[in-house]
Design a binder for this molecule. Structure first.
Ligand SMILES: Cc1ncc(COP(=O)(O)O)c(C=O)c1O
Length: 395
């Protein structure tokens, strides 16, 4: 019985799947910090390069520690294949660029992480790929945007930072009916709470920098899909252009996966507790939490997610000054643009992650000057709540 067997439940796969033991029989996954590999003979080197013999050649192509991480991710996600990348943005960029050529068209939800928006809006057009941005929650807009040359659709759900939920199965159906694929950035949901491939997506990408590392150490990304999707679109591009994950980072991510389910459940419980505590506070103008029945897309969340979120988004009174006073008054929760960390982090998207957007773009997304995103960590929930309430008093 192999621990990668589908018969094991997801949490078990997170601990065991993909493990390849060396001749020393180590318990914990080995870190193969090597750039290259030696061959027993010239003929063996030739066979490896001809793909006539399995084995490693060079760590830009593949590395045993990175391969263990890829296999564990694939087993957990229920994907046939995975490729690890240096960062989440490398994963997003490759997943799109790998499918596209000049003359193609992309439809994407406009509620995207700032750098993803740059790739779709500014970078792809330089190579003759046009894009249309839609309100991801409006299925008619997706339908209307499809063209004969639409090659792929791209969305994140829940979105960063307003935690909108997009109906993945419905968008997949629209994309497929037009002969296009769907790529889903699943960073905010985590693989624990949402499975885009099972909902009909063709490719799922993660910034493993977030919950998968989960302790704020290493950058990383991963692209998952069918063997055919990965071979046709990702495999050669990743090897030849080089944004591969380092073995060290893959080792950190492997250890991160072992505790992912425990951490994400606990952080989600904390975020739900914070959301309940904040809901009726007079200094909170707007509160968004995917697990709540008052979430604008609660029905979609119920249908496609298995849990809430480790993040809570809210607008404080007093605009930018109020948001800044609130952040500066926090003692335990730290100001940072990152998320998914063991440490609770607060972000003011309008002046950091989404600063690049024009004011009207931010307004259309609901990123007002008083809007904040709280990523709940692993501290005691009461300590987080007490810190948040003490800081609210300063608003
Ligand atoms: C939704 C989303 N996608 C992609 C990324 C990019 O990930 P990375 O910083 O690892 O490149 C981020 C980072 O914040 C993100 O929030």
């Amino acid at each position: 019985m192999s621990p990668t067997d589908r018969q094991y439940r997801p949490e078990t796969r997170l601990v065991h799947a993909g493990t390849m033991r060396s001749q020393f029989g180590e318990t914990s996954e080995a870190l193969f910090l090597t750039q290259g590999y030696v061959y027993d003979s010239a003929a063996q080197a030739e066979r490896r390069f001809n793909n006539e013999e399995p084995g490693f050649q060079y760590s830009r192509f593949a590395n045993p520690t990175v391969a263990m991480f890829e296999q564990r991710m694939a087993a957990f996600e229920g994907a046939e294949a995975a490729r690890a990348t240096a960062t989440g943005m490398a994963a997003v960029t490759l997943s799109l660029v790998g499918q596209l050529k000049a003359g193609d068209h992309v439809v994407a939800s406009k509620a995207l992480f700032g750098s993803c928006l740059y790739v779709v809006e500014d970078y792809l057009p330089r190579f003759g790929v046009e894009s249309t941005l839609v309100d991801g929650t409006d299925l008619d807009q997706w339908r209307a945007a499809m063209r004969p040359n639409t090659k792929t659709c791209f969305l994140e759900s829940p979105t960063n930072p307003t935690l909108e939920i997009i109906d993945i199965a419905a968008v997949a159906e629209i994309a497929h009916a037009a002969g296009a694929t769907l790529v889903v950035d699943n960073v905010f949901a985590t693989p624990l709470f949402q499975s885009p491939l099972a909902l009909g997506a063709d490719c799922v990408v993660y910034s493993t920098t977030k919950h998968i590392d989960g302790q704020g150490r290493c950058l990383g990304g991963v692209i998952l899909g069918s063997e055919k999707f990965i071979q046709d679109n990702i495999h050669t591009l990743l090897r030849q252009t080089g944004p591969s994950m380092s073995p060290f980072n893959a080792w950190v991510m492997l250890k991160g996966l072992e505790t992912l389910a425990v951490r994400v459940r606990r952080q989600t419980d904390t975020a739900a507790t914070v959301a309940v505590a904040l809901a009726d506070n007079p200094k909170i103008k707007r509160l968004i939490y995917p697990g709540r029945p008052d979430h604008p897309q609660a029905a979609v969340a119920q249908k496609q997610m298995r849990g809430g979120s480790t993040l809570v988004a809210f607008e404080v009174t007093g605009g930018k000054a109020g948001a800044f006073r609130f952040q500066d008054a926090l003692r335990l929760v730290r100001i940072s643009n990152n998320l998914g960390d063991a440490k609770s982090l607060i972000t003011h998207p309008a002046t950091t992650t989404h600063q690049r957007l024009k004011p009207e773009q931010r307004a259309a997304l609901g990123i007002t000057d008083g809007f904040l995103r709280l990523s709940c960590g692993l501290e005691h929930p009461d300590d987080i709540c007490e810190d948040v309430f003490a800081a609210l008093a300063a608003v």
